[in-house]
Design a protein around this ligand. Structure first.
Ligand code: PDD
Length: 285
């Protein structure tokens, strides 16, 4: 696997960062995950816009223009063999003597990128759906920043795994659902797709936007509004979205079936439209 680190492409085994990197010491950095279909980065402009938003959120100057990112990213895609890849971009505040305050004067940020083959969920998982648990959302108040400091998300995801499930659906103290530990969550009730509104408590998912665009384009009724905890337990369907999972049905919640316990009609529709969209937009050649 060829990766990019601070201006150079190299085999992953040769990529090294100093132990005083603020990403390592403080988790002081941001990241992006970008799917690549047929060697084209999906919604690159939107991912780069979100990256800029995250960098602004942690007051770190973007080390590259969008043009430079685009060139580096196409170079990385070319140097890796899979047709479908997922790209990981990671920028930290750089290497400096350990001090919580920003290095002054600022130091060069660390820029790391890697690509892995993208395996979207297999047919069996699309047919069965996945299990989820619910848990209090105990993260910070800037979940709209795609920060590399992911310890709460890691612990919340592991809770799901320990319970034999795939995802943890998060509920804030105000009783409203935010998102999953590494995905956005949608509900379906009486044929209407329900999405929580974007705010500082959730990551504005690129796949979330695609799903709502698909709903508009196909006259699927939808509402963007706050979703109370109680509603997720009486939903007809629950869906999760992310760049690597695309859209998946959640068929159990806290060990109880969601709806009839099978992926529902809304899931089938949205998944099909998502695949059509991907094919039409990304695989034109
Ligand atoms: N995570 N919410 C959280 C907390 C996430 O970590 C992610 C994605 C999403 C979905 O965003 P998008 O549709 O843009 O992928 C929502 C990525 C895949 C990850 O951390 O690996």
């Amino acid at each position: 696997m060829t990766v990019y680190l601070n201006g150079q492409f190299m085999p992953i085994d040769e990529a090294r960062i100093p132990v005083l990197d603020r990403g390592f010491i403080f988790g002081d950095g941001v990241y992006e995950v970008i799917p690549v279909y047929s060697r084209f980065a999906f919604r690159l402009a939107e991912h780069l816009r979100r990256l800029q938003y995250s960098l602004d959120g942690i007051r770190l100057t973007n080390p590259h223009s969008d043009q430079e990112w685009t060139e580096l990213i196409s170079d990385l895609i070319e140097r890796n063999t899979a047709e479908d890849q997922y790209l990981y971009l990671h920028i930290t505040r750089g290497v400096a003597k350990r001090d919580h305050a920003f290095p002054n004067p600022a130091v060069q940020p660390t820029v790391f990128m890697m690509s892995n083959p993208l395996f979207t969920p297999p047919a069996a998982l699309l047919t069965s759906g996945v299990g989820a648990i619910s848990a209090p959302d105990n993260r910070w108040l800037n979940c709209d920043i795609k920060a590399i400091s992911l310890l709460p998300n890691v612990l919340l995801r592991q809770m799901a795994i320990d319970a034999g499930c795939a995802e943890t659906i998060l509920i804030r103290d105000d009783n409203f659902m935010t998102e999953g530990s590494a995905s956005n969550i949608f509900l379906v009730k009486n044929g209407v797709l329900l999405a929580p509104p974007k705010d500082n408590l959730m990551l504005p998912g690129i796949t979330y936007d695609v799903l709502l665009e698909i709903a508009v384009a196909n006259s699927i009724p939808y509402e963007v509004r706050k979703i109370a905890k109680e509603e997720i337990f009486i939903a007809d369907e629950l869906l999760l979205t992310s760049s690597t999972k695309e859209v998946l049905a959640i068929t159990t919640l806290d060990n109880k079936p969601v709806g009839d316990g099978k992926p529902g009609v809304m899931f089938a529709k949205l998944h099909k439209h998502y695949q059509d969209y991907k094919r039409d937009v990304m695989r034109k050649t």
